[in-house]
Ligand binder design. Sequence first.
Ligand code: TYM
Length: 332
Amino acid sequence: MDEKKVMLSGIQPSGDLHLGNYLGAIKNWAARAEEFECYYFMADMHTITVRQNPADLRRRTLEQLAQYIACGLDPEKNTLFIQSHVPAHAELGWVLNCYTMFGELSRMTQFKDKSAKHKDNINGGLFTYPALMAADILLYQPDFVPVGEDQKQHCELTRDVAQRFNHIYGDVFKIPEPYIPKAGARVMGLTTPDTKMSKSIPEGCVFLMEKPEDIQRKFKRAITDSDTERCVRFDPANKPGVANLMNIYSAVTGKTMEEIEAEFDGQGYGKFKPAVGDAVIECLRPIREEATRILQDKAYLESVYKAGAEKASYVANKTLRKVYKKIGFVAR
Ligand code: TYM
């Protein structure tokens, strides 16, 4: 029998999960477990590149796990774990730091954005973040890394570092492909259609656990366009707000842009915006209800992340031992 292909991805528990995380990443992870061997983690080590409140970080990490499960990631079929529970990430992260170039790291958009946002804390971890991310990925020898568009650059750097390493030491790492969805790869803020949806602009960000009335209010206030045409037409260059809402509607309902244009033909934005809100509410409702239920059961969550760390460590340590041997470290 052929071996299953491997998928891996992670999200930082630096804020509550939002619609961008769901449509850009998690939605693409769920329901793949039959076809792929899947690893998904809470990237807690990455979050401390920006100062975190310790109690909030702990709470959000567990909430994120409950939300992963509620989004359809069955822990019996997917390996779900907390990054800091698998020390191999930090260990390979250090090694890969030494194979990642200053110039490469300087070109990373996320570093430029975050160092502009957190001028008082431009620490070494923020700069070398992509080497840790490369380690997260390469430890599991994945074929695919399902992420949103904004992580493509980090995935490409991961491939470059892996190729560089393989070139020196032989075939140690599989070269992974980023796996980016067609609809939802870049969900924009509802109030800022020119920047990606993110927790830093909460009025334009829809959180997975948010109450339906709050979600609906955000969609009703979504920026559309100042043009006089006021029709639902997919034109990202001239109508970015409408295009974003259409993108969200398409990702949630599976409808094509032509079908959406036909559905709202002749009916201005007044009908369209609440319809998108309703579709999102119905998509998120079962997730919110299930996550709330799972969160009550702390013993269950603990059993999931412990089993996940054990399985992940086994796989990760195999790669780490190979790397240590290749670079000339004495075996333990
Ligand atoms: P993070 O935590 O910022 O985001 C998690 C995932 O959500 C996607 N995403 C979006 N997709 C569409 N529209 C948006 N507005 C939007 N905002 C976020 C991201 O593309 C990502 O897939 N460095 C990573 C976390 C990470 C990781 C990894 C990912 C650490 N190690 C290894 C994959 C593999 C990050 O900061 O994502």
